[in-house]
Design a protein around this ligand. Structure first.
Ligand code: F6R
Ligand code: MG
Ligand code: MG
Length: 363
């Protein structure tokens, strides 16, 4: 059995929150190389999405391994040092705890991990987003694994015709529920259509139960007891055979869906698919980006990456995202561009209300 772990953190932006300084990637690579040399990792790839450092690792330690999580934590600490020396913006911003306590979950960084038996051919796609939150995967996952208008394999491929099950997390109440698709899609959509509250954590093949997709569903503001940044989530998807084909997995992103995040984590904006080198959100600190690194696994070795959105067939998604961004921007500080009061990462509401105390009179 091999485990694929993707652990990420924003530990300092360059310039502002727009991108990543190459020294951070270089430092992370040094640590990873060493861990691979010591036999802890089978393989690794270090990359970024916007200002988020992404550690993609294969190993035989299983999910939630203390050794793997500690490695990632130490790398983020070392890279925070680099970021502080360069006075990068928000150095160490996702390192919410002072000391590592066995598992990186709940400490700031985002985690998606899956353990499985490698198939004869094992294509995996790692999606990474910046300037948005974990609910951003709900609609794409629904389309990949439950929508025949997206995934024709659900209709005409015998090994996918029984559907998939979705584990949905209630990120506010900390509880979960599993839905079977297609039978229960109407019930499921009531929940996952509200992505700030319910997030799809994982998807499994039916009836085999084989893991198909896993997302990070870490709500940073919940962990810190206050808003400290949208979590800029990641998602791992296995592809081909009994899972959707690569093109079926990528297809949902041809529509730049509206997500929460963007400037000050307090706006709605279109999710723009782009190549990794173009994931530099600058206009109004955005619009939100999604990138995808594709790999073939060989005995756990990561053959790749292929930069999956580096393809002119996604040009129209760019164009539509820019049109939507322009239209939304004209709303300025008004909803629905600005998020509802309770969803904003930045707010002056308490101070303003305090100032207005005594000035309100009954209607
Ligand atoms: C959104 C984001 C940026 C910052 C904004 C203000 O997720 O990271 O839009 O919120 O640039 O940043 P600070 O408060 O660090 O000056
Ligand atoms: Mg940032
Ligand atoms: Mg970020």
């Amino acid at each position: 059995m091999i485990t694929l772990s993707v652990i990420k953190a924003d530990i300092g932006g360059y310039v502002g929150h727009s991108s990543m300084h190459p020294d951070l990637i270089a430092r992370a690579q040094e640590y990873m190389e060493k861990a691979k040399g010591q036999g802890l990792l089978v393989d690794f790839h270090v990359t970024r999405c916007g200002d988020d450092l992404q550690l993609i690792m294969t190993h035989e330690q299983g999910e939630g391994s203390e050794r793997i999580h500690k490695l990632a934590w130490d790398i983020f600490l070392a890279c925070t040092d680099v970021a502080k020396k360069l006075k990068l913006h928000g150095a160490g911003q996702d390192m919410l705890s002072d000391a590592f306590s066995g598992n990186i979950k709940g400490m700031g960084p985002g985690v998606a991990e899956m353990q499985f038996e490698e198939r004869g051919s094992e294509p995996v796609l790692v999606f990474m987003a910046d300037k948005t939150s974990s609910g951003a995967w709900n609609m794409p996952l629904y389309k990949m694994f439950a929508d025949p208008f997206n995934t024709i394999g659900l209709v005409i491929a015998e090994n996918m015709h029984s559907g998939f099950s979705f584990e949905v997390h209630d990120v506010k109440e900390h509880r979960k529920v599993v839905f079977n698709a297609p039978e229960e899609i109407y019930d499921m959509l009531v929940l996952i259509g509200a992505p700030s509250r319910y997030a799809v954590k994982c998807v499994r093949h039916r009836p085999s139960g084989e893991i198909a997709a896993v997302s990070s569903t870490d709500k940073l503001y919940k962990m810190a007891g206050r808003y400290v940044g949208k979590d800029d989530p990641v998602l791992i998807v296995r592809s081909q055979g009994e899972f959707p084909a690569v093109g079926e997995v990528l297809e949902p992103f041809a529509m730049p869906q509206m997500v929460q995040g963007w400037m000050r984590g307090s706006h709605h904006g279109p999710l723009m698919p782009c190549s990794i080198s173009e994931s530099n959100p600058t206009r109004f600190d955005g619009p939100p980006r999604v990138v995808c690194a594709g790999f073939q696994l060989v005995g756990g070795k990561l053959i790749g990456p292929r930069d999956m959105f580096d393809d002119p067939s996604f040009d129209e998604a760019w164009h539509q995202a820019n049109l939507a961004a322009e239209y939304l921007r004209r709303h300025g500080p008004f909803e629905p561009h600005r998020l509802p009061l309770e969803e904003m990462e930045y707010t002056t509401m308490p101070q303003v209300m305090k100032k207005l105390e005594g000035r309100f009179s009954p209607l």
